[in-house]
Design a protein around this ligand. Sequence first.
Ligand code: FES
Ligand code: FES
Length: 161
Amino acid sequence: MTQKFDFHVNGKPVSVALDNEETPLLNVLRNEFGLMGTRFGCGLEQCGCCMVLIDGQPEKSCSKPVWSVAGKTVTTVEGLGTPERPHPLQQALLDEQAGQCGYCLAGILISAKALLARNLSPTRPEIAAALDDNICRCGSHNRIIRAVQKAAAQMRAGAQT
Ligand code: FES
Ligand code: FES
């Protein structure tokens, strides 16, 4: 039986009708809404590249059934910034040339965004802990952590002006 699910994605109300309420949120974002920034990696909650914010909390969307986000707010990497107005985290990743293949970066941006929302002065161990669920197969961890530190500093400076 087809069911309708209503929620918000990147600040806009959305609605989707699906036969299977267990359809993963990741599939809905990519296949129904064309939001291709959120990636499929393992599909087993092991790699973190499918991370999105659900009501502000980082969650893996590959195994999150669509029914569980009804009435909630979902933020994908597309909701962080635009090429014209990138989020400080996006700009810092570019500045530090943090990505190699880039496949992990959408998930990393989401985890880092959640971290900086609760702690704008994270230590290196705190950043590493926040990104613990995000695997980077290219081994760019040091540059990624540097980028998060840089974005945090810029956001702190922005908050003071
Ligand atoms: S694709 Fe979701 S954790 Fe790997
Ligand atoms: S930059 Fe390639 S997986 Fe992280």
